[in-house]
Design a protein around this ligand. Structure first.
Ligand code: 26Q
Length: 818
C-alpha cells in the first residue's frame, strides 16, 4: 500500500494552454504572441509533469533505495520544453493545440532561451546523465548552482570574439519551483576553534563566520515515457537577515540591505573555463556553497527519517563528484558529521570514504585544480583544518607502506608546496573516494600510468573506467526527426530506450534503397542546416557539398588550427588549379574561446579571416565554403548534428579525455576523421577502420617525439605545409592587419609546441583525401553513415549510467578492498 497521494489529472494540453494564457497571463487568447504561447505551453506541460514528479519523490522516500547525489558546478541543459514533450509523448498534442493559434511548435520552442549553465562537455554530460537516470528510474538528485548569468553569448566583431552576458532568467523560468522551506545556511570566513569536553573528547567549532542563505530551486527531470520525474536542485545565494542586521548594527538600514544583496554575488555568474580565472576567491566560494548546501540537504533528509543515527547512512548514499570542482565536499561532509552531528573522526571518515566517488575529466596537468592554503584558511578555516588532518593521517599511511620514502609522500600529499602551499583538490578527491573513474578507456589508462600513478600503485581497486555517452533522446530522437522516422520504420522504436537495438540497422547498410533514403534524410537536414548557417553566420553553404564540421570549445589541444591549415592547403590547390579529386566542401566551425585565452581568440579571428578570403574567391565558389557559427551551444548543435557528414575529432592524442560531440555526430550518421584520442578509439573499434578516417601520432608517439620535435624540419620537408606557411607568413589572410597572426605562426613553428600541429599535418591531409574520395562515391559514403549509426549503440548515456549504477553506486562498499 503506497502512502503517496493520488495525483490530480491535468487538463488536456490545448485546454491547459488556453487556461494559462487567460488565467496565468491575462492574455487575449485571440492573438497571443509567440512568447506567451511558449510561456503558457511550458506551464501546461509542467502541469502534466507535476503528478509524476510528486509521485516519484514520494516513492523514493518510501523505498529507501541508494540515493545518489550528483554534485556538479555545471549543467548544460539547453531547452527543456522540447525534451519534456518528447519524454511525455506530448509532441503531437502540442502541435494540435498550437494549430488553433496558427503557430508551429518549432517556432514556439525557439522562444525558450538555452539553460547554458555550463562550459562544454562536462556540463552537457551532467545533463545527459540526468536524462538517463530518470529514464532508467535511478533515484539520482542533481545538485548545482542557479547562476543568474550562464555561459556568455558570443558575438563576432570583425572576426574577433566579443562576450555578451547571458541573462537567461530575464523573463523568469517556468520550469523552476522555489523551495524556501528547504533553505540552508552556509558559513564563510571567521575562525576555527577546538572545544574540549569532559572525558578528553573535543570537537571543532567555526566561530565569527558570516552566513549566506542557500535557497533551492527545483527543476523537473522527466524520464522517457515511464512516469518518473527526478529532480535537479539548483541553489541560489541570498543574504540572511540575521547576519546583516547584526553585522551592520552600527551602520544604517540601507547598508544592511546592500550587504544582503552582495551575498547574491556567489551565484551571479558561471565561471568560464579559463586560466585567468584560476584561483579566484569567488569561484572557491561557489564551490563550497554548492558542497555545503547540498550535503546539509541530504543529511537533513536523513535525520528527518532516522534521527541522528548514521550507522546505515553510507549504505544508502553516494556523492558523485563531477571533477574536482565540488571536491571540497569531502571536507564539508567530515565537518558536518564531526561538528554538527558529533560523530568521532573514525565514524565520520568511514562514512565519507564510503560515499564519495570522483570522476576525472582531464589529463592536462595545468588544468588540475589547486587553491592557495592562505585563501582557504581565510575563507574556510574549519574545512582547512579538516583537510590538514585528513592529509596527516593519509601521509602516515603512506609512510607505513613505504618507510622513509619522503619523495613519494611529497608527490602524494594533499598539500603541495610549490611555490606556495596549495590544496590539491584532485588528491583530496582521490584520497577520500571509494571510486575514481576516467571517462574513456585510453583516458583511464593514462590516468593510472601518469597523473595518478602513485595513487594507482597504492589503491588500484579504486580506479575504473566509465566511457562517456550521450542521450539518444535529445541527440537523435528529438534533434533528427527525419532519421528517427527512417530508423523506426526499419527496426521499430525500441532503440530510443535501448540504443544497442541500432545494431539491427547494420544489414540495411547493404540495402541500396535504404542507403538512398538515408542520403535523402541527410540531404534534407543539410538544407535546414544551410538555412540556419545563412541566418546565423551570413554564409551560404552549399547543400550539395560535403558538410565538414568542427564544433567544440576553441582550445589549442583540440587543434582547430590543424583544420585551418588544411583549409588553406585546399584554397591554395584550388587557386593553383590543382583540383583533381577535390570534393566540394562546406567547412563549418563553431565554439567559444575562454575570454582570457588570447591564443584561442586569435584562432577564432584566423578562422574568420581565412573564411573571408575563401568565400570571396571566385575560383572557390563551387569547391570550398567556410563558415563560423557564432554563439555555438546546445541548441545550435541540435541543428548541426543532423546535417553533418564529416566529424572533425582531431585533438593531439592523449589530450582529449573523451569527447562527446564525436558520439553525437556519429549517432547522426557523420563519419569521423580523427586521431587515436579519447573515445575516438572506441568509436573506431565500433565502426571498423573502413568507416573512420584515422590519422596522426598515437599518445605514446606524441610522448616519445616530444624531445626531438622539430617543426621547422617537418615544414621544410613537406611542400604542402611549406606553401601553407608561406601564405600565412606573407600575410595573405591579414593584408590590412599586419602581424596579427604572428603568434599563431610562432606557435606552429615552435619546437615546444605541446600540440604538435605540424607533426600530424601530412597524415591529416592524406586522411582528408581519403574522406573526399569516399564521399564522391555517394553509395559508399551513405553506407558508411548507416554503419556509423548502427554502431552508435554503446555511446548511449544509458549504457554509461548503467555502469555507474552497477559498478560504482550499487557496488558493495562495505569493505575497503572489494
Ligand atoms: C576551472 C577553473 C576555473 C573556472 C572554470 C574551470 C573549469 C570549468 C569547466 C574547468 C573545466 C571545465 C570543463 C571541462 C570539460 O568540459 N571537460 C570535458 O569533459 C568531457 C566530459 O567528460 C570530456 O568528454 C572532454 O574530453 C573534456 O574536455
Amino acid at each position: 500500500m503506497s502512502g503517496c497521494p493520488d495525483p490530480l489529472l491535468p487538463d488536456p494540453l490545448e485546454r491547459g494552454l488556453r487556461r494559462h494564457l487567460v488565467l496565468t497571463f491575462c492574455i487575449d487568447p485571440q492573438a497571443p504572441s509567440r512568447h506567451y504561447l511558449y510561456e503558457a505551453l511550458a506551464r501546461a506541460v509542467r502541469d502534466h509533469l507535476a503528478a509524476a514528479w510528486c509521485a516519484t519523490r514520494c516513492r523514493h522516500e518510501e523505498e529507501e533505495p541508494v540515493q545518489v547525489a550528483y554534485l556538479s558546478m555545471e549543467y548544460l541543459l539547453g531547452r527543456l520544453l522540447n525534451n519534456a514533450l518528447l519524454n511525455l509523448d506530448l509532441e503531437a498534442e502540442a502541435r494540435t493545440a498550437l494549430e488553433a493559434f496558427a503557430a508551429r511548435l518549432e517556432e514556439v520552442e525557439e522562444e525558450e532561451p538555452d539553460a547554458g549553465l555550463g562550459n562544454g562537455g562536462l556540463g552537457r554530460l551532467a545533463a545527459c546523465f540526468l536524462d538517463s537516470c530518470a529514464t532508467l528510474e535511478i533515484p539520482v538528485i542533481g545538485y548545482g548552482l542557479r547562476y543568474q548569468y550562464g555561459m556568455f553569448h558570443q558575438a563576432i566583431d570583425n572576426g574577433w570574439q566579443v562576450e555578451m552576458p547571458d541573462f537567461w532568467l530575464r523573463r523568469g523560468n517556468p520550469w523552476e519551483i522555489e523551495r524556501h522551506e528547504d533553505a540552508r545556511r552556509v558559513k564563510f570566513y571567521g575562525r576555527s576553534e577546538l572545544v574540549f569536553e569532559e572525558g578528553g573528547r573535543f570537537y571543532g567549532r567555526w566561530v565569527d563566520a558570516r552566513e549566506v542563505l542557500a535557497v533551492p530551486y527545483d527543476l523537473p527531470v522527466p524520464g522517457y515515457r515511464n512516469g518518473t520525474v527526478n529532480t535537479l536542485r539548483l541553489w541560489k545565494a541570498e543574504g540572511t537577515e540575521a547576519f546583516d542586521l547584526e553585522e551592520f548594527n552600527a551602520g544604517s538600514y540601507t547598508d544592511a540591505v546592500a550587504a544582503k544583496n552582495r551575498a547574491e554575488e556567489i551565484t551571479l555568474v558561471l565561471y568560464p573555463n579559463d586560466k585567468s580565472e584560476q584561483g579566484k576567491e569567488l569561484r572557491l566560494r561557489q564551490q563550497y556553497f554548492l558542497a555545503s548546501a547540498s550535503l546539509q540537504d541530504v543529511l537533513a533528509r536523513w535525520v528527518r527519517r532516522h534521527g541522528r543515527d548514521f550507522a546505515h547512512f553510507a549504505e544508502h548514499h553516494v556523492f558523485q563528484l563531477n571533477d574536482t570542482h565540488p571536491a571540497v565536499a569531502v571536507a564539508e561532509l567530515m565537518r558536518l558529521l564531526l561538528d554538527e552531528y558529533r560523530l568521532s573522526w573514525e565514524e565520520a571518515w568511514q562514512i565519507t570514504s564510503r560515499t564519495m566517488a570522483y570522476t576525472n575529466h582531464t589529463l592536462l596537468p595545468e588544468a588540475l585544480e589547486v587553491w592557495p592554503v592562505r585563501l582557504f584558511r581565510q575563507l574556510l578555516p574549519r574545512p582547512l583544518d579538516i583537510i590538514q588532518e585528513i592529509n596527516a593521517r593519509f601521509l602516515a599511511e603512506v609512510a607505513a607502506r613505504w618507510p622513509g620514502d619522503v619523495a613519494r609522500q611529497r608527490r602524494l600529499s594533499i598539500i603541495g608546496e610549490e611555490p606556495e602551499p596549495v590544496v590539491r583538490m584532485a588528491h583530496l578527491a582521490v584520497v577520500a573516494s571509494f571510486s575514481v573513474n576516467g571517462v574513456a578507456a585510453l583516458h583511464t589508462r593514462l590516468l593510472a600510468e601518469g597523473l595518478f600513478r602513485d595513487f594507482y600503485e597504492l589503491w588500484p581497486w579504486k580506479f575504473n573506467n566509465k566511457t562517456n555517452g550521450v542521450s539518444p533522446r535529445r541527440w537523435l530522437a528529438h534533434c533528427n526527426p527525419r532519421l528517427r522516422g527512417l530508423i523506426s520504420e526499419a527496426i521499430g522504436e525500441r532503440w530510443i530506450r535501448d540504443l544497442e537495438e541500432l545494431r539491427r540497422l547494420a544489414p540495411f547498410a547493404e540495402d541500396a534503397a535504404f542507403v538512398e533514403r538515408f542520403r535523402a534524410v541527410k540531404r534534407a537536414n543539410k538544407e535546414d542546416l544551410a538555412r540556419f548557417v545563412a541566418s546565423r553566420a551570413g554564409v551560404a553553404l552549399d547543400p550539395e557539398a560535403l558538410c565538414d564540421v568542427q564544433v567544440k570549445r576553441i582550445h589549442e589541444y583540440k587543434r582547430q588550427l590543424l583544420n585551418v591549415l588544411h583549409l588553406i592547403h585546399l584554397y591554395r590547390r584550388i587557386v593553383d588549379g590543382d583540383t583533381a579529386g577535390l570534393a566540394p566542401r562546406s567547412v563549418l566551425f563553431g565554439g567559444k574561446a575562454a575570454p582570457g585565452y588570447e591564443m584561442a581568440k586569435r584562432i577564432v579571428k584566423l578562422i574568420h579571416n581565412v573564411a573571408a578570403v575563401v568565400n570571396r574567391e571566385p575560383r572557390c565558389r563551387d569547391l570550398l565554403r567556410v563558415a563560423f557559427v557564432p554563439d555555438y551551444g546546445v541548441s545550435a548543435l541540435e541543428v548541426i548534428c543532423p546535417g553533418a557528414e564529416l566529424s572533425e575529432q582531431i585533438s593531439t592524442a592523449g589530450k582529449e579525455a573523451s569527447g562527446t560531440g564525436n558520439m553525437k555526430l556519429m549517432m547522426n550518421g557523420a563519419v569521423t576523421i580523427g586521431t587515436l584520442d579519447g573515445a575516438n578509439i572506441e568509436i573506431l573499434e565500433a565502426v571498423g577502420e573502413d568507416n573512420f578516417f584515422l590519422f596522426g601520432l598515437t599518445a605514446e608517439e606524441v610522448a616519445r617525439r616530444r624531445d626531438s620535435y622539430d617543426p621547422a624540419a617537418i615544414i621544410a620537408a613537406d611542400a604542402n605545409l611549406s606553401a601553407v606557411m608561406a601564405l600565412l607568413r606573407a600575410g595573405h589572410f591579414n593584408l590590412f592587419e599586419p602581424g596579427i597572426f604572428d603568434p599563431v605562426i610562432a606557435a606552429i613553428e615552435s619546437p615546444a609546441d605541446p600540440w604538435m600541429v605540424a607533426a600530424d599535418f601530412a597524415s591529416y591531409v592524406a586522411a582528408q583525401e581519403r574522406a573526399a574520395t569516399a564521399w564522391q562515391e555517394p553509395a559508399r559514403f551513405g553506407r558508411m553513415g548507416v554503419i556509423n549509426v548502427a554502431a552508435a549503440g554503446r555511446f548511449s548515456s544509458d549504457r554509461t549510467i548503467r555502469q555507474y549504477r552497477d559498478e560504482i553506486w550499487y557496488r558493495d562498499r562495505r569493505g575497503r578492498k572489494p
